[in-house]
Design a protein around this ligand. Sequence first.
Ligand SMILES: NC(=O)c1ccc[n+]([C@@H]2O[C@H](COP(=O)([O-])OP(=O)(O)OC[C@H]3O[C@@H](n4cnc5c(N)ncnc54)[C@H](OP(=O)(O)O)[C@@H]3O)[C@@H](O)[C@H]2O)c1
Length: 341
Amino acid sequence: MNLPTKSIDPSLVPTLTIRSSGAQIPVIGFGSFGSDHVSASDMAEAVKMAVLTGYRHIDCAAVYGNEREIGRAIRELIDAGVVKREELWITSKIWNDHHGQGDVLLSCAQTLKDLQMDYLDLMLIHWPFPNYHPPQCSVDSRSPNAKPYIHNDFMKTYRQLEALEQMGLVRHIGVSNVTIPKLKLILQDCRIKPDVHELELHPNFQQTELRRFGEELGIVHIGYCPLGSPHRPERDREADDSVDMEDPVVQSIALAHGIHPSAVCLKWAVQNGCIPIPTSTNPSHILSNLEAVIQDPLSPQEIEQMSCVDKNCRLIKGHVFLWPSAHDWHDLWDERGVISC
Ligand SMILES: NC(=O)c1ccc[n+]([C@@H]2O[C@H](COP(=O)([O-])OP(=O)(O)OC[C@H]3O[C@@H](n4cnc5c(N)ncnc54)[C@H](OP(=O)(O)O)[C@@H]3O)[C@@H](O)[C@H]2O)c1
């Protein structure tokens, strides 16, 4: 087993309280999406390194195609006495091709089998659309069967998620990639409120209105692409995308603290009450990302400065989920305050 050069006592990592249960969720998680450049086995090694370094929160998903390898890696750590299952916060997600009746239970069963666990701490519906697309397909391709958000259909999927919680297979449930209009409808019709919303969040894309809306309802926000996903595939890049870690304000704060801009992004997220889930296969990044959230907070003035770097720059636009009559990716995000159809 490769050991980290230094590890952090996990009890030093702050937690947030989940309102419905009082459960504690670590304020930083480890992302496990290898995209198309990190193999399943390399990501499993990175997860192992992360747990050995002191992370206790891992963000998984069926669609990442690596839950079996990650499950094996975590099992090895548990068997070696490095960590106990109950010390970990494990999230997974239902992919878009498993929204149908009975599919959510099947997806959860497969994830539990792959991860070698008998419960998950959190299960999310990955996207609010049941729209399948082949892995690594072109962003211009549109599935002829793709649909816009249909609330009654979504609630049929959500009801199955509620049943997973009632069966004790998952301890908490939540949503990902939803908007205020969609959340309002979900909250109106759910029996068990979503505890968590996982959404894209980084200094150049702060989603303040959406977060404030959720916070008032006691929803915890997990932020993905917290560093601006610098190695995302070419197909997910557009000419006017900004680069968070090159932002002059982020860089000047980093310089003042003698830290890397990545640490500024992570501190900013945590000090805004959110939970960043950075990914890395580099042991020194894995360590410095964890250290960032326990050392040397940004000052109130710096937090104020950071609020001015929002460029509303969404990186994961979601083109591949568009339905045939949709205009463009903006339709996925209900930007006019009503659900696009
Ligand atoms: N719910 C959703 O729909 C959704 C969507 C996308 C992502 N996610 C989740 O969010 C996680 C994070 O997203 P992401 O990986 O796209 O973006 P990210 O965490 O912002 O960026 C990860 C990249 O940053 C680099 N990096 C990490 N730490 C660094 C450091 N200290 N200094 C410099 N570079 C550093 C990594 O390269 P090295 O390996 O070289 O460190 C890696 O390529 C995913 O793994 C996944 O779990 C969820």
